[in-house]
Ligand binder design. Structure first.
Ligand SMILES: [Mg+2]
Length: 163
């Protein structure tokens, strides 16, 4: 699956009012970047390995909001994709993703352009996926499968990861 096909399909699952355009996915991105950190925190507490499947699901959630931001500002997702690298540890990439989400929210608040931050967010996502031996293509396919399942059960409008 290519990035823009993902973006087009993800957009069909976007359920938020036009008045919340851009703000909604910016806030959502912050929340999901926090959920990535939360997954890492849980493994610290339990002493067990990171819940790989759970973390991959969160990467899909993060990507969905990045894709929605791109849609809302009128650019393609592929335009913000940088070559993936694994120069960072998983923890360092997660922290950088979290910081970048904050930078995007801060940019939004100040009315600044936010697209310059998006490539870094995608790069950190790709880096985390790489550490999990997962490709971003797999993240996209899995995220859309989750959303399709929700769509079929008419659960897109609820809240929470267990819908
Ligand atoms: Mg999530």
């Amino acid at each position: 699956m290519d990035w823009n096909t993902y973006q087009a399909q993800a957009a069909t699952t976007a359920v938020y009012p036009i008045s919340a355009k851009l703000q909604y996915p910016v806030f959502g991105l912050c929340g999901e970047a926090g959920e990535v950190m939360e997954r890492l925190k849980r493994s610290l507490r339990s002493g067990k390995p990171i819940d790989r499947d759970g973390l991959i699901d969160e990467l899909g959630d993060v990507l969905w909001y990045i894709s929605a931001i791109c849609t809302d500002i009128g650019i393609t997702l592929s335009a913000v994709v940088m070559p993936s690298g694994s120069d960072f540890t998983l923890v360092a990439a997660a922290i950088r993703l979290y910081k970048t989400a904050g930078d995007i929210a801060s940019g939004y608040l100040r009315g600044r352009l936010i697209h310059p931050y998006l490539p870094k967010a995608v790069q950190m996502l790709s880096c985390i996926a790489h550490h999990l031996d997962f490709s971003m293509q797999d993240v996209m396919v899995r995220n859309l499968a989750k959303l399709k399942d929700r769509q079929e059960r008419n659960k897109l409008q609820g809240e929470g990861g267990d819908r």
